[in-house]
Design a protein around this ligand. Sequence first.
Ligand SMILES: NC(=O)c1ccc[n+]([C@@H]2O[C@H](COP(=O)([O-])OP(=O)(O)OC[C@H]3O[C@@H](n4cnc5c(N)ncnc54)[C@H](O)[C@@H]3O)[C@@H](O)[C@H]2O)c1
Length: 320
Amino acid sequence: MLIISKEDIEKAVDSSELVSAIERAYIIQDKASTNIPDRMHIDSDENTLLLMPGFIDSVFGTKLVSLFPENAKENKPVLYGVMVLNDAQTGEPLAIINGSKLTAMRTAAVGATAVKYLSPFMAQTLGIIGAGVQAYHQALIVSAQRPFRKLIICDKNLSKAEVIKEELESKLENISIEVTNDSNQLVMDSDVIVTATSSNKPVFDVDIEKLNNKTFVGIGSYKPDMQEFPLSLYNAVDKVYVDTLHAKKECGDIKIPLKKGLIEDSNIIPFSSVLTSGELLNEAPFSIFKSVGMSLFDLTVAELIYNNAKEKGLGTEVNI
Ligand SMILES: NC(=O)c1ccc[n+]([C@@H]2O[C@H](COP(=O)([O-])OP(=O)(O)OC[C@H]3O[C@@H](n4cnc5c(N)ncnc54)[C@H](O)[C@@H]3O)[C@@H](O)[C@H]2O)c1
């Protein structure tokens, strides 16, 4: 069995391969051999264990994620994760993969896939609200989708934005990077806006009438009372794209505008239909995509990481 660390993951895959793995997930989502049950939550006081199992044709796997909020006080990560990947023909365990890095890379690739299909081809400025783990990976992988010249990063804690700016500068050599704590100005100045915060409330508030040709990608909110987008944004679009229709139940950015009648149920569109219809959406004046994540993405990306790691001699073989 192969142990695959976060450094191995970084060396194993590039952004275009990651986007292809996400496209594959959307395409096989409705196949009979794809079996992704609801994830299981086990709570112990304020701590949570999440089990996310699933089968596709070639592999099955389980991502195990722990969320221990008090860790933040001791400067430890709130979230730890491991993914166990198995061969679907024999059940043999193939790999244990760093689940935090896997999640961040696959979530960034979900954002990048939305930008690939929805944003104008000549988008120049990428704005990211939030400067945490997801934001860093979104910057790396989304920025490869368009000829971006500028990246603006906003966090309510400006020093966090400054830290990731420094980390990104050596990796994104052809993009100038600015930091700000003015999220409204970021939205006005950006062609593509990714929100990747832990906020419960909308993270910007601008006059939608003054905006044109913008692509919004929501990553952060995942509970019914969490929102990153202001309700006024929904007046600008007919359709809202989601990675999974569970978003209608799970997240405030879809559930609240639906309840308020700002968007019709029939206009919440699964992103898989964009891939299967071949419709070109890049010239739409506005688009909104909302991700809540699904374990199918973990599986297709884990399989890609495993196959590439084997091919490149990465990871540590162990007998268990
Ligand atoms: N869609 C998915 O599949 C998926 C996957 C992983 C994580 N997430 C979610 O993404 C969010 C971010 O995750 P993370 O790991 O980067 O967390 P993190 O704690 O590392 O970073 C969150 C950042 O958001 C900033 N922030 C909070 N409120 C803000 C506001 N109003 N304006 C500007 N900045 C603000 C915080 O200061 C922090 O720097 C979480 O809600 C997480 O659950 C979604």
